[in-house]
Design a protein around this ligand. Structure first.
Ligand SMILES: [Zn+2]
Ligand SMILES: [Zn+2]
Ligand SMILES: [Zn+2]
Ligand SMILES: [Zn+2]
Length: 160
């Protein structure tokens, strides 16, 4: 299936700026601490999943970020075939905006070359643009609400 030719690496490695002397480094943050390889794409990445605090939603774990917020990992976990960047199944799974975000965010080693265009999502209440990949938001009745408006609603509920 893979028709791509393996490019010989015997030529100067300088095109990537790497030399054989380099210590392995996380491909996302560049740290060279405890490292592992991603299951989905075999890239060197921080082995830091256990530093994640449950339910903190912190995004300080390279490994977790890649396995949670990228199409690469999703595609792998869902057992899709081929390259995730050409995968129609992945495209069908997400809102276009999320698809683009998951395919181009900083947790990717390789990004979508030609991300599809999408209309920005706006808060149904205050009309602020919500970046689905980054901002907090809630969905209610098929409508999106920004973090602020969601918070206001919760405050209202709590004060009752
Ligand atoms: Zn890292
Ligand atoms: Zn991957
Ligand atoms: Zn896929
Ligand atoms: Zn709002």
């Amino acid at each position: 299936m893979a028709k791509k030719k393996v490019v010989s690496r015997q030529k100067k490695a300088s095109s990537t700026g790497k030399t054989a002397m380099d210590k392995p480094k996380c491909g996302l943050c560049g740290k060279s601490g405890r490292l592992t390889l991603t299951e989905c794409c075999g890239q060197v990445i921080c082995d830091d999943e256990d530093e994640y605090v449950m339910f903190s939603f912190a995004r300080n774990s390279c490994h977790r970020n890649h396995s949670r917020y990228t199409l690469c990992a999703f595609h792998f976990n869902e057992g899709h075939t081929g390259d995730w960047r050409e995968c129609d199944d992945c495209k069908g799974e997400f809102e276009t905006e999320l698809y683009v975000s998951y395919g181009t965010n900083e947790y990717n080693f390789v990004k979508l070359a030609n991300p599809p265009k999408f209309k920005p999502t706006r808060c149904a209440k205050c009309k602020k643009t919500i970046r689905l990949g980054e901002d907090g938001y809630s969905i209610s009745g098929g409508k999106y609400f920004c973090e602020r408006c969601t918070g206001l609603d919760i405050a209202k509920l709590l004060s009752k």
